[in-house]
Design a protein around this ligand. Structure first.
Ligand SMILES: [Zn+2]
Length: 136
């Protein structure tokens, strides 16, 4: 026999709990009842059964139910943040590549500046020598 599972909504006929509610989360018992179809148990019925068995009092069940809802909400938030983090990591990788490309470009330009400075110094030296020849 398959373990009951909790679904966001009932997947097969009759798509509801015997009480008439089809609202999720809903337990899929995997039990097929002839013409009735799949046996689902809604949250409200499960809560009532748990109370009847004395598993927890109503207040405690409300707290657990609320905490469970909060957990689902937080898990969704974590999923969204994880997705955003992934996107930012991708952007960061692109920016790092751009920084490397610009660093290489700056290095190349510094090399050219250094080369031009040498050429200018050599030209100035040559000009000074010419002037000395003229003055002499
Ligand atoms: Zn129900």
């Amino acid at each position: 026999m398959l373990e009951p599972i909790v679904l966001e909504s009932p997947l097969v006929f009759p798509h509801r709990c015997p009480c008439g509610s089809g609202k999720g989360p809903i337990i899929d018992t995997h039990i097929e009842l002839g013409n009735y179809g799949r046996l689902y148990v809604c949250e409200l019925c499960a809560k009532t059964y748990a109370q009847k068995f004395g598993f927890a009092d109503g207040k405690r069940l409300d707290e657990l139910s609320e905490a469970s809802g909060l957990l689902v909400e937080k898990e969704r938030e974590v999923a969204v943040l994880t997705e955003q983090l992934g996107a930012l990591a991708g952007e960061n990788a692109i920016l790092e590549k751009e920084v490397k490309r610009r660093d290489a470009e700056i290095e190349g330009l510094e090399g050219r500046v250094s080369q031009m400075s040498s050429t200018i110094r050599a030209s100035a030296e040559a000009a000074r020598e010419h002037l000395q020849l003229v003055d002499a």
